[in-house]
Unconditional design. Structure first.
Length: 196
């Protein structure tokens, strides 16, 4: 997976990110996100992940506030991204909001995009082995979590990934060509392919 993803060009990663953002915005659950300015968590792309951040203006145009993660020790914190937000190279060389950026608590985040190496049809995810997202999401009741959306390329979608009880499953897995609604989104009608 990692080798296949590393062969993707920067422009292909941006195009994939744009298509994924458009698919996220097409979801009824996203169209009906509560609040005047719902908060969506994106991530800074690394290793040629789909670049959702380059299409963040599509979200802002629909009234979404955007937050990005920052690593603090063994944990993630999420901070709002504004025009004046300063960025730093944080842990693992990932572009992160500086420590003075406004933090947003988990309960204010309505939608969270999850990066990963691979995803399965049940919302399972293989991350990078550090467990940051699983820790961040642990301890809350499922109904109190944001809508969790695994985002990746079509080739990252597998039939099944072994999971442990502490692994957080996504409600949706979205690729440039697929919207997969998992069991956790209360549906057994699991996937549909999108053209374009």
């Amino acid at each position: 997976m990692a080798a296949e993803r590393s062969a993707i060009s920067e422009s292909e990663a941006k195009e994939a990110g744009r298509r994924i953002i458009e698919r996220i915005l097409s979801l009824d659950t996203v169209k009906q996100a509560p609040g005047e300015s719902p908060v969506i968590a994106l991530y800074s792309p690394i290793r040629r992940e789909p670049d959702l951040l380059s299409s963040a203006e599509l979200l802002a145009a629909r009234g979404f506030r955007i937050v990005l993660p920052r690593v603090e020790g063994d944990n993630l914190v999420f901070s709002e991204i504004l025009r004046e937000t300063a960025f730093v190279r944080g842990s693992f060389g990932i572009r992160e909001p500086s420590s003075d950026a406004r933090r947003i608590p988990r309960e204010d985040i309505r939608i969270m995009c999850l990066p990963g190496l691979a995803f399965d049809r049940e919302g399972g995810r293989i991350g990078y082995g550090k467990g940051y997202y699983d820790r961040y999401l642990s301890g809350a009741k499922r109904e109190d979590l944001p809508l969790l959306i695994g985002t990746g390329y079509d080739f990252q979608l597998l039939d099944r990934i072994p999971q442990t009880p502490s692994d957080q499953r996504a409600d949706y897995v979205i690729t440039p060509s697929w919207i997969l609604r998992t069991f956790f989104a209360d549906s057994f009608d699991t996937a549909y392919h999108t053209d374009g």
